[in-house]
Design a protein around this ligand. Sequence first.
Ligand code: ADP
Length: 330
Amino acid sequence: MGSMPAKIRRIGVLTSGGDAPGMNAAIRAVTRAAVDKGWEVSGVRQGYAGLIANDVVPLGARNVGGILQRGGTILGSSRSPEFKTPEGRRIALRVLEDNGEDALVVIGGNGSQSGAAELMRMGFPVVGIASTIDNDLYGSDVCLGVDTALNIALEAIDRLKVTASSHHRAFVVEVMGRDCGYLALMAGIAGGSEVIIIPEVETDPEAIAAELTAVYERGKPHAMIVVAEGAKYNADRLGHYFAGHQKRLGFELRITVLGHVQRGGAPGAADRLLGTQMGVAAVEHLARGQHGVLVGLRDGRIGATPLEEVAANKKTLDTALLRLAYILSR
Ligand code: ADP
């Protein structure tokens, strides 16, 4: 965590990596909280790629009106391979300095905050806001966007369960999360699924087959299998594994990959409030001269974690919840 001697006059804000519902609430809060301090705000378009290309627009209080309820990010986002190179980051730093930015707020996930840590190491004041539907970022128990994505996944699971019951089918529903099983685990529990498959726990497809048969024999009219995209046996591989010999499962198997549908939703109340609080907290940290931190939700409160600590640690998942899900699917 660094401290900042000079007074802030202008800050930049960008959204990077995968977009997440609530990013706009955070952009709005950062902008209006900064305006309240008498600072100017530069909105950087398309994440680090836009920073390198100096694609920057001034943001005033009026520019961020009417965005609180919108999904995605009005600033646009991207993945920038160039920013991963030292030369790309040198250009980005030069743009920030030439534009007179005193600090940068980075709204994004794991990769984006690694990028923020690199800027910090180069001596530039940065504050991160933990935002990713994957929830794979150390320093925030729940990241901005997760709640909305979870609700979208749940709605899909609920609907699939209805059709699964009508036809005595088993549905495999694949949810996002990259290498993290959080979304799948929580959607599986909240959606009352029979089987949950996550990357953190090795799963034998034969054990899944045995479980489905047991579910069938217990007289259930359906079976829901929620699987994380990053699991070894994701929807595609499970489908291949059981192709041609589904009969032994008891159920006919159908596969649905939710994919990007989970991203695009309008943020719910939780993510609007979280984005708003995180945005204000980021500005308050800068105003106090604190930077090099990630603003996140910790033990139910908005808190800050040094970016170095974020980069050095991997978020863990409470896999004991899998056992709970198993008990509850009796
Ligand atoms: P997310 O932030 O959602 O996890 P990515 O992992 O795609 O998304 O990261 C977004 C961007 O952050 C990348 O395109 C890249 O520009 C930058 N980035 C990711 N990892 C690093 C890193 N280790 N060093 C510097 N920049 C990085």
